[in-house]
Write a protein that binds this ligand. Structure first.
Ligand code: HAM
Length: 427
């Protein structure tokens, strides 16, 4: 008999670790909800062309990493490698930008797929929480998003996160810079692939990780020295707002990012505990993307935060999140009649908002108590025939071991009161 494994570059999320992933997603989403971002969900696949046009024909994501397929009906689809193009497509399709209330602020959470070489922190299926503010050009919006991301890392207790910041200019100043950079790069000693990249996407060469390339880049022209006045002022304003909000950042003139749609503000959150896959999350402004995918001019800004890597960062800092107990009360029935009574007590507790579970499968006292302890519950409810004959259930404090009988009808009120008094994380 053969057993199946999860495909290469993927892993399963199962309890107890899965609770941390949910908590991370929630920590990223909570600041967005408080800032007026509405939840969006788009399909896991889109027409290939949305990404090739949106993310860029010359990017690794589009040329090497997309999972593409042709359906029986002849549609060319791709599993989504990122969320920005999809969310913008959805907003345009629903005419959200015409409702007269710009920016349209949306957030999302879900799975993304990239056919990358798997390694620690780099998977073929991974999870992001993302945010996009569509249709407004305002440095305060760029700053807002950066602050919201920084606040979510802070709320998780991470201290080793660094913020790298750059401006990539706009359609006014980027072309002249691009030409100057190309001229500089063409004179270097580079391999064939990199020489080809100079012609298609020269800015990406700045991001080359190889020492032999980096050494030759000393003295390369930098975008920040070629920004037009409008871009310079815009960037300065973003920096001021971040400083005023107490957000530390480092100017990184070589920060380019792996997607082609960026203009002006770009940023990345990196963490030292992640090895070579150090980017926890990143984003920036994409003022031309809407037009690239057939929409009107809609200057926009957004980010995507990697959930998997954030969990790794938490681990590397030794942070255990304070998660609510999965089960607060665990019922141990001894015999069939007790099973029936406790089943309805457990149902009542759950309906009153208490996390309760029951020993199933007719377990004996010992095995059932073991299950109660393993569940992490604060209280066990134990009942046998004699208890039921007296109309009571034994309420046992699993911490102190103390036990006392409580009348069946009073149980839900009694337990609710106890949990409220002792202040469980769920209460
Ligand atoms: P990205 O930088 O490609 O940006 O991805 C954002 C984050 O997703 C990364 O910083 C990383 O934490 C995580 N990530 C990416 N690829 C993988 C992988 N193979 N395994 C694990 N985690 C990964 C975007 O996707 C843009 N859509 C962000 C954005 C939104 N820009 C504007 N709006």
């Amino acid at each position: 008999m053969s057993t199946f494994s999860a495909p290469k570059g993927t892993y399963d999320l199962l309890p107890p670790d899965s609770a941390t992933y949910l908590a991370v997603r929630e920590a990223m989403a909570a600041p967005l909800r408080r800032a007026g971002y509405g939840y969006a969900e788009t399909p896991g696949f889109e027409n290939v062309e949305l990404f090739s046009r949106g993310v860029g024909e010359s990017t690794d994501i589009v040329t090497k990493e997309m999972y593409t397929l042709t359906t029986k009906g002849g549609d060319h689809l791709a599993l989504r490698p990122e969320g920005t193009a999809s969310v913008l497509r959805a907003a345009l399709q629903a005419h959200l930008h015409r409702a007269g209330n710009l920016p349209v602020k949306l957030w999302y959470s879900g799975s993304f797929y990239r056919y990358e070489r798997p390694q620690a922190g780099r998977y073929r299926h991974f999870s992001q929480v993302g945010a996009e503010a569509i249709g407004a050009e305002d440095p305060a919006l760029d700053a807002e998003l950066i602050i919201l991301a920084a606040d979510s890392y802070r709320a998780l207790g991470l201290t080793g996160v660094r913020l790298l910041l750059n401006s990539l200019g706009d359609r006014e100043c980027r072309p002249a810079y691009r030409a100057a950079l190309q001229e500089f790069l063409r004179a270097l000693d580079l391999d064939e692939d990199t020489r080809a990249r100079i012609e298609i996407n020269p800015l990406r060469v700045l991001d080359d990780k190889r020492e032999s390339v980096q050494r030759q880049l000393t003295g390369a022209p930098m975008m920040r020295d070629h920004l037009c006045q409008a871009c310079k002022e815009y960037h300065e304003r973003v920096r001021e707002l971040l400083t005023a909000a107490d957000i530390a950042f480092e100017d990184d003139p070589k920060l380019v990012r792996g997607l082609d749609y960026y203009t002006r503000t770009t940023f990345e959150f990196v963490h030292g505990g992640l090895g070579s896959q150090s980017a926890l999350g990143g984003g920036g402004r994409y003022d031309g993307l809407s037009e690239m995918i057939g929409g009107p001019a809609l200057p926009s800004v957004g980010w995507g935060l990697g959930v998997d890597r954030t969990v790794l960062a938490l681990r590397s800092e030794g942070i255990e999140l304070d998660l609510p107990a999965a089960t607060e009360v665990f019922a141990v029935p001894l015999g069939e009649e007790a099973a029936r009574t406790l089943f309805s007590v457990v149902t009542g507790l759950r309906r009153s908002g208490i996390a309760a579970d029951l020993a199933y499968g007719g377990k004996g006292l010992k095995a059932a108590m073991k299950a109660a302890n393993r569940s992490g519950a604060r209280y066990a409810l134990v009942a046998g025939e004699r208890d039921l004959a007296e109309g009571v259930i034994q309420l046992k404090d699993l911490g102190s071991g103390e036990q006392r009988p409580v009348p069946v009808e009073a149980l839900v009120t009694e337990v609710t009161g106890l949990l409220a008094r002792t202040g469980t994380p769920n209460g």
